[in-house]
Write a protein that binds this ligand. Structure first.
Ligand code: GCW
Length: 849
């Protein structure tokens, strides 16, 4: 039971809360002075080298205790006798200095022992890194005002707890929504690595032990002597935090003409010259980075080269690197994300089967330092997927799970989606291999199939933005990722509340409000994007951000829904479909094979059914689609209003930044709701029993207004605009006016305007009633480009089109409107953006549509 200091509730609202300190703010606790006698007076950090994690631990303790409680402690680096102290070091060093503990804690690599009982706080690691982890655990308690007496050991669930960063050498980040790379620019590694060190510190505090610094879509020129030297510098700044560097490799590097390296005519993994090339380059890297963690390889996937070019197996490809790394103690993370383009007219084709087809036959052929890195679901980081069956099919191989902290398909940090509950559905899933308990988390820890290697890879994609990944609230996902990689049995809400107390404060209403928003966020996003196992339904051919369901089908990418006028869903049964369900062990295969035992939330993932098919809930598929999309968007509206209750309870800087995002999300969730509902309403022809879809009594369509200098515009995809139509100015230089007389009863209304904010122009809009302006704005929710950033900037991938990504709502509240008033909108185009407008809603207070 955690006892929090009563006074911690009023943690001070510190200035300059830009997010950079994340959960390591060490915010002063008001009244902290009263606890000085309970806190240590001396810090003993048993290492004198300033580059060692134990030394860093000493500094952190000093800084934390000073900052949180205002107590100044001296740091000593060897045995020191004091009546009250905290000693941090490896168990071995401690024993040498202070003698044995009465009972030796049972520690594995990276594990720690933390005791706050008695006069001396002991923080003892199996290794230095463990000692630092224990230090952060202790500081987390202190920062939460938790001074309870504890004595426990903590060991990581798995040895591999890495992040993957999809940073390109030019400084851009694939699927990054928070600015440019902190470590690459213009093809080389930057000289100022301050943020890189700060990132390592954050990662150490949640138990992450390595960072793969470059994109899996790798570039051979990472391997120039200059860049290898740069990797050494990155490793040097991360090492004091116990964070190792790993790199992604481009499989055909030997033939890529890498400057300063030999250029071969083949990259065949069995060719001796290729083996020698990689052995040599690997040696060069270990010269600069003696503790390099290893390589990450994406081969023969999405256009990347690989061993299949030479008719070699993926195992032969992986083992090429494994052998080069083996003498140095490095690991190969070999990605299972391998698939070919497919033809949708083949009913039996299924991208979800690809991993099994490629990897299952190779089980037993991978070297012992290869880990197969498997995305949590068989497709690609969708809002809901079943656990990848590959976890059950390669018992002789080491396995790791790949999670995505960056919200590529889940709102790109512009929608709040707390991901821990999603990840837990996979980690806690029991695959029933050999009819025995086979939780995914026990497979990746190595426990289930007796492997010493395994673990976690989290795609984070931090950028130069102060918030690290693009929004303050999204950082709960990075925190949760680290905490779950350490201990996947932790509860999602428990982790979240720890994060809230550290990142904001412990005020009960702050904790409760943020908890409610976060815990409702994934279900809400699932409901308004793609429920019933229908995937995220975003635009998979363009930005992966807004709605565009038809992009799923008629492509070679295999993320099909197979929706037609009467039916929808992928038949993945063995009896009549792609056979995917049969990839699971028998108990699970039987569950998914049978429509009656398939959970509703994965129905369309496994079965092709009529829109009128009845769910377990008793509702039809189509009606449930409508209902859930309305329910999800309705929930998203409440996030903004709940957030408003935090005014004055957290710092203004982060309050306003997140409020801006919640308002944006509330508006964009309606875009999602309408787009998906209209799309399926249109294709199925089945009306919404609740008469909502396509019926918007409060809306005035822009195209139905009296237009001058504006003209109607047919939006593609049609469902991204109300009534499928928007208006745009007649040219990119002429101002347009749309007006209409108000026919609704006089009263007070919220006036919502839906417009499109394209990339490539900042149009200006003025809304007036009888020529009295009620609001004006510029459509410039700009995405981050280059290094320009700002607190009111959205980080999602931009769209140059009038579509579901650019569709945006702005609302002016409590406007007095009289019947007969003239509502007028004047739009001034800018750049490529022709001041596009969709509709105006006059909403009686309390109504959102
Ligand atoms: O889903 C796709 C992403 C790509 C990514 C790929 C992968 C790095 O859209 O951006 O490439 O997955 O995971 O390899």
């Amino acid at each position: 039971m955690i006892r929090l200091l009563a006074l911690s509730l009023c943690a001070s609202l510190a200035a300059a809360e830009n997010g950079l300190a994340a959960w390591l703010r060490y915010a002063p606790l008001q009244g902290g002075e009263g606890y000085h006698s309970t806190l240590p007076s001396h810090i003993v950090a048993l290492n004198t080298s300033s580059a060692s994690p134990v030394y860093v631990a000493g500094q952190e303790l000093q800084q934390g205790i000073q900052s949180i409680y205002g107590k100044q402690c001296n740091v000593h680096h060897s045995y020191y006798s004091a009546s009250s102290s905290v000693v941090v070091g490896t168990l071995d060093e401690y024993t040498k200095a202070y003698g044995s503990l009465s009972t030796t804690p049972d520690l594995i690599e990276d594990g720690y022992w933390l005791s706050t009982e008695g006069n001396t706080v002991q923080i003892l690691g199996k290794n230095e890194r463990g000692a630092l982890y224990g230090t952060f655990a202790y500081l987390s308690m202190l920062a939460q005002g938790n001074l309870t007496k504890v004595a426990y050991s903590s060991n990581p669930n798995a040895p591999v707890r890495w992040t993957n960063e999809w940073d390109n050498l030019d400084g851009s980040i694939e699927r990054g929504f928070a600015g440019n790379s902190n470590w690459f620019a213009n093809g080389v590694i930057v000289s100022n690595l301050t943020r890189t060190a700060e990132y390592a510190r954050l990662l150490a505090s949640i138990g992450i032990n390595a960072v793969v610094v470059n994109n899996v879509n790798a570039n051979a020129s990472l391997l120039t002597p200059q860049n290898i030297e740069g990797l050494g510098r990155i490793a040097d700044v991360m090492r004091p935090y116990g964070v190792q560097v790993g790199i992604s490799l481009y499989f055909s590097s030997p033939t890529s003409g890498v400057k300063g390296q030999a250029n071969l005519t083949t990259f065949d993994p069995l060719d001796e010259s290729v083996v020698a090339w990689w052995t040599n380059v690997t040696g060069q890297i270990y010269q600069q980075v003696p503790d390099m963690a290893g390589y990450l390889v994406k081969a023969n996937s999405e256009g990347q080269p690989g061993p299949l070019t030479y008719n070699r197996t993926l195992a032969q490809g992986a083992n090429l690197f494994a052998k080069a790394l083996q003498p140095h103690g490095g690991i190969v993370m070999f990605r299972a994300f391998v698939y070919n383009n497919l033809n949708e007219s083949d009913w039996y084709a299924d991208r979800a089967n690809a991993q099994i087809q490629f990897f299952k036959p190779l089980d037993g052929e991978f070297d012992s330092n290869v880990i197969i890195q498997i995305k949590y679901g068989p497709i690609d980081f969708q809002v809901r997927e079943p656990a990848s069956p590959l976890f059950a099919n390669i018992p002789k191989s080491n396995a790791a799970i790949e999670l995505q902290v960056t919200q590529e398909y889940l709102g790109q940090q512009c929608h709040l989606v707390y991901l821990a509950p999603l990840w837990k559905t996979i980690l806690d899933f029991d695959l029933r291999v050999d009819n025995e308990s086979s939780l995914v988390r026990n497979v990746v820890s190595g426990q289930r199939f007796n492997h010493s290697l395994g673990g976690y890879a989290g795609v984070v994609n931090v950028g130069t933005n102060d918030t690290w990944i693009g929004s303050h609230m999204a950082m709960s996902n990075l925190y949760a990722y680290g905490r779950l990689a350490w201990d996947p049995t932790l509860d999602s809400q428990y982790i979240l509340q720890e994060w809230i107390r550290l990142t904001f404060n412990a005020d009960q209403s702050v904790v409760n409000t943020m908890t409610q928003i976060s815990m409702e966020s994934w279900p809400a996003y699932e409901n308004y994007s793609g429920n019933l196992g229908e995937q995220t339904l975003t635009d998979i051919l363009y930005t992966h951000f807004g709605p565009n369901p038809q992009t799923q089908d008629n492509t070679v990418w295999g993320q099909w829904t197979r929706a037609d006028h009467t039916t929808i869903g992928m038949d993945r049964t063995v009896s009549n479909g792609t056979g995917f369900a049969g990839n699971y062990p028998p108990e699970i295969a039987a569950m998914y094979e049978n429509i009656a035992t398939t959970p509703d939330n994965l129905l369309l993932w496994f079965h092709h059914v009529n829109y009128t098919h009845l769910l377990h809930s008793g509702e039809t598929v189509i009606q449930d689609f409508y209902d859930q999309h309305y329910a999800g968007a309705a929930t998203a509206q409440t996030f903004a209003t709940m957030w408003e209750s935090l005014k004055g309870k957290i710092d203004d800087e982060r309050y306003y930044d997140q409020l801006f995002r919640q308002v944006y999300q509330a508006g964009h969730s309606l875009v999602w709701r309408d787009a998906i509902s209209n799309f399926y309403n249109n294709i199925s022809g089945i009306p919404d029993a609740a008469h909502r879809v396509g019926k918007h009594p409060y809306r005035i369509e822009a195209e139905s207004m009296q237009l001058d200098g504006y003209k109607p515009y047919t939006v593609i995809p049609f469902e991204a605009a109300s009534n499928y139509t928007a208006i745009v100015t007649s040219s990119n230089t002429t101002t347009g006016t749309a007006q209409t007389m108000i026919t609704c009863p006089s009263g007070t209304y919220d006036v919502a305007v839906n417009y499109f904010d394209q990339f490539g122009g900042d149009s200006h809009f003025v809304v007036s009633l009888n020529n009295v302006t009620i609001g004006e704005w510029t459509a410039n929710l700009k995405p981050w480009i280059g290094s320009s950033q700002g607190p009111r900037v959205l980080g999602h991938t931009p769209s140059i089109y009038i579509d579901g990504h650019s569709a945006t709502r702005i609302t002016f509240s409590n406007v007095t409107v009289a019947k007969g008033d003239m509502l007028k909108i004047v739009g001034t185009p800018n750049g490529i953006e022709p001041a596009p407008l969709d509709y105006v809603s006059l909403l009686p207070l309390g109504i959102v549509d």
